[in-house]
Design a protein around this ligand. Structure first.
Ligand code: A3P
Ligand code: MG
Ligand code: MG
Length: 384
C-alpha cells in the first residue's frame, strides 16, 4: 500500500561490499557470447603540439603514404640527434580529454539530448570517460602474465572517470630502461615519419625531427553491453584519399615488429603482439594496421597490412590462443564491477582498482589524496 522510496547511508552497518569483493580474471569465466559493442562514432578530435599544448582541432593529423613492399627504412636514422622525447615523468592523467569535453560540451549534451529526448543540462550521456589505452589494458588482462595495472576511478555527476596510475614496477622499468630499449622505442616513431606526410598530397620528410610530444587524438562514443563509453585515443594517420570513408574508418594504425623467420616467432607474434594490436585498434574502430617488419639493426624489410576485423581469423589455428570475446566480456564485467563499487559521487574520492598477474582485481578507497585526478578547473566548470 506504499510506493518504493529510498534513503542514503554512508559508512553504516548497511555497507555490504566486503574487502574481499574482487573480480576474477580467469579466462574461462568470460567465454560467453560476444557482448554488444556498438560501432564507435567519432564525436571530435584534438591535437597536441611539440610542447604538449592542446588544440581543439586536427592540425596534427597526418596522411599515410604507402611505401614500397620492401622499403629498407633505416629506423635508427636520426637517433639520438633528431629525437625530442616526451617527458614520461609528467603525468597528464585525463586532462586533455577533460579539456576537449569543456570545449565541446554543448555539442555533446545536445547530441545526447537529441538521442534520448532528455534535458541536456549537466548530462554528458556517458557512463565512462577514459583513454583508449586504459581500455586496451583491460581487454588484454585475462591474457597478461607480466604487467599489472592500477586504475583510479572517480564518480562525478553520475559519470565514472578513469585514469591510470603508474605501478611501482612500471616506474622502475621506465627509469632503468637500457640504451638499446630506448633506441628501439625510437624505431616505432621513426617508422611513422617514413610513412606519413603532413598534407594529403605531401611526401614524408625523413630528415625532420621525431617529436613524440606531438599527437592527434580521436574522441569516440560507443557502447559496450550496458556501458556508454566516451574515450580518446591517439591515431597515427589517415588514408590520404579524400574519398575514403569518414573517421574512424579512414584511420590507420602503424606498427613495427621484428621480422618473422621461424614458426616459433610466428606463433609468438600471433599470441602476444596481435592481441595488443587488435585490442588497440578494435576499440576505436580503426580498420587497418600497417606493420613494418624490421631486422635486428632496425631496418624495415617488409610491410604488411592487417585488417583489424580479420585478426581473430588469422590466429584461430594457434593452440590455446586468445579470444576477442574473453577480452570484451572481461572489460564489460570490469566496468560493471566498477559501477557497483564506485558509489560516492565526489571529485575528491578515488576508488583505486589494482591488478597483478595471477591475482584478482581488488580496490581501495582514497579521500583527498594524491590519487585525486579531476582538476578543480574541470570540476567547477562542469558542475556550474
Ligand atoms: P610500435 O607500435 O612500432 O612499437 P603506437 O604504435 O601505439 O602508435 O606507438 C608508437 C610507438 O611508441 C611504438 O611503435 C613504440 O616505439 C612506442 N611505444 C608505445 N608504447 C610503448 C611501450 N609501452 N613501450 C615501449 N615503447 C612504446
Ligand atoms: Mg600511435
Ligand atoms: Mg602506432
Amino acid at each position: 500500500h506504499r510506493e518504493v522510496s529510498y534513503s542514503i547511508h554512508r559508512d553504516t552497518q548497511y555497507c555490504f561490499l566486503p574487502d574481499w569483493y574482487t573480480l576474477s580474471t580467469r579466462r574461462q569465466l568470460y567465454e560467453r557470447d560476444f557482448p554488444l559493442y556498438k560501432q564507435p562514432v567519432e564525436v571530435g578530435c584534438f591535437s597536441l603540439d611539440s610542447e604538449r599544448k592542446f588544440y581543439n582541432d586536427d592540425r596534427q593529423l597526418r596522411y599515410y603514404v604507402e611505401p614500397e613492399k620492401s622499403p629498407h627504412f633505416k629506423l635508427s636514422d636520426g637517433y639520438p640527434e633528431r629525437y625530442m622525447r616526451r617527458n614520461e615523468g609528467v603525468k597528464e592523467g585525463i586532462d586533455h580529454i577533460l579539456r576537449w569535453i569543456l570545449a565541446n560540451r554543448s555539442k555533446l549534451e545536445v547530441s545526447h539530448a537529441a538521442a534520448t529526448g532528455s534535458s541536456p543540462a549537466c548530462d554528458l550521456g556517458v557512463d565512462f570517460i577514459t583513454w583508449r589505452g586504459h581500455l586496451t589494458k583491460l581487454l588484454t588482462t585475462p591474457y597478461e602474465t607480466r604487467e599489472g595495472w592500477m586504475l583510479a576511478v572517480t564518480r562525478l555527476q553520475g559519470t565514472l572517470y578513469m585514469s591510470e596510475v603508474e605501478t611501482e614496477t612500471a616506474r622502475w622499468d621506465r627509469e632503468t630502461r637500457s640504451e638499446r630499449h630506448k633506441q628501439m622505442m625510437y624505431w616505432g616513431y621513426k617508422f611513422e615519419q617514413y610513412t606519413c606526410a603532413a598534407e594529403p598530397g605531401g611526401r614524408p620528410d625523413e630528415s625532420g625531427v621525431v617529436n613524440t610530444n606531438e599527437a592527434f587524438c580521436t574522441v569516440v562514443r560507443t557502447r559496450l553491453a550496458a556501458h556508454r563509453l566516451l574515450f580518446s585515443g591517439e591515431v597515427d594517420c589517415r588514408d590520404r584519399d579524400p574519398q575514403a570513408p569518414p573517421a574512424p574508418a579512414c584511420y590507420l594504425e602503424l606498427k613495427t615488429s621484428a621480422e618473422i623467420c621461424t614458426p616459433k616467432q610466428r606463433s609468438n607474434f600471433h599470441r602476444y603482439k596481435l592481441l595488443k594490436w587488435w585490442a588497440q585498434s578494435f576499440l576505436p574502430g580503426v580498420p587497418r594496421i600497417i606493420a613494418g617488419f624490421r631486422d635486428d639493426d632496425g631496418v624495415v624489410v617488409s610491410v604488411e597490412t592487417y585488417q583489424t576485423s580479420k585478426i581473430s581469423q588469422l590466429i584461430k589455428n594457434e593452440y590455446n590462443c586468445w579470444k576477442p570475446t574473453v577480452c570484451m566480456n572481461f572489460c564489460s564485467d570490469f566496468l560493471s564491477f566498477a559501477r557497483s563499487v564506485v558509489r560516492e559521487d565526489n571529485p575528491r574520492v578515488v576508488y583505486l582498482f589494482s591488478w597483478e598477474p595471477h591475482r584478482e582485481v581488488s580496490y581501495s578507497i582514497h579521500r583527498d589524496t594524491q590519487y585525486c585526478f579531476l582538476p578543480d578547473w574541470y570540476v567547477s566548470e562542469i558542475t556550474h
